[in-house]
Design a protein around this ligand. Structure first.
Ligand code: G3P
Ligand code: CA
Length: 245
């Protein structure tokens, strides 16, 4: 991640296809995104699925908590028709489907966000398949939960990892050092609140992937601040905007 700013498709290309579905990942790939960002949760029977919320309510035709249903129940719901009729039949992806997608789509990497406080046994459910598939150099694991990042550090110390932050804290650099993260990934508003933030993180040896910026004025701000990557719902537009500069 050197030189040119990286384009990271937030939940896939979620402006043109239902977020966190294979259709959105395919659209991100077609848009020329460098990476796909997505979110994983656990089902009632401990399987890993790709979905942002801890409920099905907003992005499927069903309701209720993801962790209240077994995998078969989550797989039975429709994750596409809420977005547009053309996407009816899209499913909540399994982790296996996601890795198959990566294998069949070289040239696009994965920024894997673990939602929630996962211990080592659950974290292994993502790290071991990634390592077995030979995809370690294409995956960065990240979380808002320092405890989850610590579990990543423990079970797969060689897999790159990042800490997401939605607010600033005094001990941030020390936390990043303790967790051995490669990236510290702030909300966009933090670049405004703390204009020197990216420089501070770079000086600590950290890369910076900012989220979630969808407008040219925000992209300009990120570029001037010197971020390494922009996470966006509009990877095609960001790609075009960067090319035109
Ligand atoms: O990866 C950064 C961003 O996705 C974090 O926020 O809520 O979209 O998962 P959220
Ligand atoms: Ca996310």
């Amino acid at each position: 991640m050197t030189g040119q700013i990286q384009v990271v498709a937030h939940r896939g290309n979620s402006s043109v296809a239902p977020q966190n579905t294979l259709a959105a990942f395919e659209a991100a790939w077609r848009a020329g995104a460098d990476s796909i960002e997505l979110d994983v949760q656990l089902t009632a029977d401990g399987e890993v699925v790709v979905i942002h919320d801890d409920t099905l309510d907003a992005t499927t035709d069903a309701t209720g908590r993801v962790d209240a249903l077994p995998l078969a129940g989550v797989r039975a719901v429709d994750a596409g028709s809420w977005f547009a009729p053309a996407y009816a039949g899209q499913r909540v992806p399994t982790f296996t489907e996601l890795l198959d997608f990566l294998v069949t789509h070289p040239g696009i990497d994965l920024l894997l966000e673990i939602k929630g406080d996962w211990g080592p046994d659950d974290v292994r459910k993502v790290t071991e398949p990634v390592l077995r598939a030979g995809l370690a150099d294409r995956v960065i694991g990240q979380s808002f939960w320092p405890s989850t990042v610590a579990a990543l550090q423990k079970v797969a110390p060689d897999l790159r990892r990042g800490l997401l932050i939605g607010e600033l804290s005094d001990g941030l650099l020390a936390t990043c050092a303790d967790l051995g993260v490669m990236t510290c990934n702030p909300a966009g508003h933090l670049l405004v609140e703390r204009p020197g933030l990216v420089d501070e993180l770079h000086a600590a040896g950290l890369q910076v992937m900012v989220w979630t910026l969808n407008e040219p004025a925000q992209w300009t701000l990120a570029l001037v601040a010197g971020v390494d990557a922009v996470i966006t719902d509009r990877p095609d537009r960001l790609r075009g905007w960067l090319a035109a500069r």
